[in-house]
Write a new protein. Structure first.
Length: 312
């Protein structure tokens, strides 16, 4: 397929029928973002672009007219970048680029959002017997909103689910609730909060929550919460995802479960390397800091591994 070149101005609203090569750059004190020229075109006609920006920054943005997939780390002259395939080009490309600029600036100037744009929280549709559980859910919701982190959760408006979703929503962040149709009568009472996505069953619910999140946190909850937590831990062990998994261990609620994990290691059922999958803390601030540190360390390991592969 023949590749054509065209430089898109930000006020250009013409329909784009790719593949094209794009060149666009923004230079700010904290930000350097480029879509490099000399893009490659794969067999499906997708355009291969290089996104580059300053070290220590992470960017993730998805729009309805723009779809891309990370391929591998690249050394961008001291910065960090990713090859990706831009699969959808339309007349709104220029507005999308503007949106990318705005989101990049936001990502560069906020704390945890450098690492997490959306966090999935597993928690109960009940509030439990202790006020500390409700207080922890509200505090976590406020901490997420302060960091401009969106919430993905099970979609209920009752129990701890209702408390955290309202706290995040009232804090000005997006809330995505994923709920099976069969559970609507029992888990949504009154007005729903944020965006509610109905799915067919529990399997689809967990898949959608995992797909839409950058990290996972478990608040106190019952069998459903624990099942969601354990499955996401197992997926990490199997290499299905590499996202941080945290437990907010309010008043020692998860002490016995954490001890069971340790016993599994001692008895030879859980590999020692897998024992580090779960991060725990008894308050939201400490847990988020630990998860940020783990995300950063994982990013650095992947970058070093890619450098070794390129040099070999």
């Amino acid at each position: 397929m023949e590749s054509r070149k065209q430089k898109i101005q930000l006020n250009d609203t013409r329909v784009v029928n790719g593949p094209y090569e794009y060149s666009w750059a923004v230079h700010r004190p904290k930000l350097n973002f480029k879509i490099m020229q000399n893009a490659e075109v794969n067999g499906r006609g997708d355009v291969k672009l290089l996104l580059s920006f300053l070290p220590g920054r992470q960017f993730r943005w998805v729009g309805s007219d723009l779809s891309w997939r990370l391929r591998q780390d690249e050394d961008c002259g001291g910065g960090r970048g990713f090859w990706c395939y831009l699969a959808s080009l339309s007349e709104s490309m220029c507005s999308i680029l503007k949106g990318m600029e705005e989101n990049l600036v936001n990502a560069a100037e906020t704390g945890s959002r450098e690492w997490f744009k959306r966090i999935c929280v597993f928690c109960g549709s009940r509030s439990g017997n202790r006020t500390s559980f409700s207080e922890a859910a509200l505090d976590l919701g406020k901490k997420l909103a302060e960091r401009k982190i969106d919430l993905v959760y099970g979609g209920g408006s009752v129990g701890l689910m209702g408390l955290i979703s309202k706290a995040v929503y009232d804090g000005g962040c997006h809330v995505l609730g994923v709920i099976p149709t069969a559970l609507l009568p029992s888990e949504i009472l009154g007005e729903s909060i944020g965006e509610v996505k109905r799915v067919a069953d529990m399997h689809e619910r967990k898949s959608e929550m995992a797909k839409n999140a950058d990290a996972f946190i478990a608040l106190p909850g019952g069998y459903g919460t624990m099942e969601e937590l354990l499955e996401i831990i197992a997926w990490s062990q199997l290499g299905i995802h590499h996202k941080p998994v945290g437990i907010l261990n309010v008043d020692g609620y998860y002490n016995d479960l954490i001890q069971l994990f340790d016993k599994g290691v001692r008895e030879g059922f859980i590999e020692d390397s897998a024992s580090h999958i779960v991060i725990s803390a008894d308050n939201a601030e400490e847990l988020l800091r630990k998860m940020e540190a783990k995300a950063k360390a994982g990013e650095e390991r992947r970058r070093e591994a890619n450098k070794k592969r390129r040099s070999s």
